[in-house]
Design a protein around this ligand. Sequence first.
Ligand code: PSU
Ligand code: MN
Length: 302
Amino acid sequence: MKVRVNPEVEKALQEKKPLIALESTIISHGMPYPQNVETAMKVESIIRAHGGVPATVGLVDGVGVVGLTPEEIEEMGKRGMSIPKVSRRDLPMILAEKSWGATTVATTMILASMAGVEFFVTGGIGGVHRGAETTFDVSADLEELGRTNVTVICAGAKAILDLPKTLEVLETKGVPVLGYQTEELPAFYTRTSGLKVDYAIKNAQDAANIVKAKRDLGLNGGILITNPIPEEYSMDPKEINKVIDEAIVEMDEKGIKGKQCTPFLLAKIAEITEGRSLAANIQLVFNNAAVGTEIAKEYSKL
Ligand code: PSU
Ligand code: MN
């Protein structure tokens, strides 16, 4: 195998147990230390409590790893932004240099599919950035969803992105966008966006049936399952949108571009909201881990 798989993951693959991939950029670039490591470890324990096997994905000394050890997760979190954020285009250089790397949604999908892991839980995906009509800044996550056979469970995409354009690109790439018990695309910190998903699913079984149908047809590409943040942790849309606008103005003033955008905005939003956005972010990932594992469990019965 081209990737390193830990013994627990190997056993789960053989026994066809529900496996859930997790990304490492959310640890190194998405949250501050030590909350990032605490969250990563808690997410793994939630997956186990629901009867699944977690596999946090990352690059260690130039090797793609599906199932980082707790020590490796700690290292990802501690080194934080000094670890390179690795998307599809960065992979060859990281492998050649034999360095560490944090995997984005795109790269986590690539390594998970190499290991044979179908499901991947995260917070939010990358998408079409606001102003993309001039900057062309469209996350490689969308391209990957169009071609790699992994189902991604997330809380939608943040309003730091242009959500209508993000849905358009997903449609072009042939990615089904499902809403877990909702008709509306959730916007990460909030349950609503004013936009519709392609299909509302009632339960985990519905989701598993759709994944199975796509795989049985041999239709390549991902499936996006969007799961709204629980009501009690959701933020006021007016407030959060104002904060996001403020953070984007500062990003533009500072001339921050490309792969630095998302980490900068996440940190800025957490700063302005005095940690409330971070608390919401952590809770929605926990919720996605529970729902994602239930879906993987249903799928493993099919
Ligand atoms: N959204 C979040 N937290 C994150 C990211 C997105 O709420 O940590 C990360 C993910 O790893 C995602 C990446 O794949 O940012 C997208 O970055 P870019 O737009 O540069 O492709
Ligand atoms: Mn980009």
